[in-house]
Design a protein around this ligand. Structure first.
Ligand code: PEP
Length: 243
């Protein structure tokens, strides 16, 4: 039985005042039935880790593939772990687009994350043009094959399916489209990993309290990666409750 996961990605949002949302979320969901993760900006990881956060886990939004060195502005997986993070999001489409991250780099970062004891939340997803061209499954298959390291297991890796065109747009795929991709991903993982049945597969892209329950009822959807609706405790709480 896979434990569901509600993961929040604050992206480049939040300062110290935002930790009030974490305290409010922890107070309202002291014993959630699912795992709850918030990935704040790097500047808040240590503060969030030290704050009253109840069962809420802390994650990073990216890490460098190297352990240390001359990489100005970057953060290593070990540094994230030392700051109190247990997870790290890797290969988010915004990083793939803004920073030119390809599958090989995402895989190297995931290897670094696993080596540092972090859980890697590896993102995949097609663009609208790729979906319109009927390439969705081949794109997802290529991203999974290229981004997920051989060391991945059900306990150290989570996969997030995030159609690029659904992120921050208010648009979502149909439930059948989500099921098709998640079933496909489960099958792809089964070709490489003995414990493929145990991997959590998150859906991400415009999840909100009003659509969470129907998305979570879809086959092979084990939770969500949430952007905008993770910033406010009330909204994210509604998604946690739907799980
Ligand atoms: C995300 O950035 O991972 C995401 C899914 O964003 P949103 O929920 O805002 O669409």
């Amino acid at each position: 039985m896979r434990r569901k996961l509600a993961a929040g990605n604050w992206k480049m949002n939040g300062t110290g005042d935002s930790l009030a949302e974490i305290r409010a979320l922890a107070a309202a969901h002291a014993a959630p039935t699912c795992e709850v993760l918030i990935c704040p900006p790097a500047t808040l990881i240590a503060r969030m880790a030290a704050s009253e956060r109840g069962p809420i886990m802390v994650g990073g939004q990216d890490c460098h593939q190297n352990a240390s060195g001359a990489h100005t502005g970057d953060i290593s997986a070990g540094m994230l772990a030392h700051a109190g993070a247990s997870h790290v999001i890797l290969g988010h489409s915004e990083r793939r687009a803004d920073h030119g991250e390809d599958n090989a780099l995402v895989r190297a970062k995931a290897e670094a994350a696993l080596g540092a004891g972090l859980v890697a939340v590896i993102c995949v997803g097609e663009t609208e043009a790729e979906r319109d061209a009927g390439q969705t499954l081949s794109v997802i298959g290529t991203q999974l094959a290229g981004s997920v390291p051989d060391e991945a297991t059900a306990s150290n890796t989570v996969i997030a399916y995030e159609p690029v065109w659904a992120i921050g747009t208010g648009r979502t795929p149909t439930l059948d489209q989500i099921a098709e991709v998640h079933d496909f991903m489960r099958g792809q993982l089964a070709e490489r990993f003995d414990d493929a049945e145990g991997f959590r597969l998150l859906y991400g892209g415009s999840v909100k309290p009003s659509n969470a329950a129907e998305i979570f009822a879809v086959s092979n959807v084990d939770g969500a990666l949430v952007g905008g609706a993770s910033l406010k405790a009330a909204d994210f709480g509604g998604i946690i409750t739907a799980l």
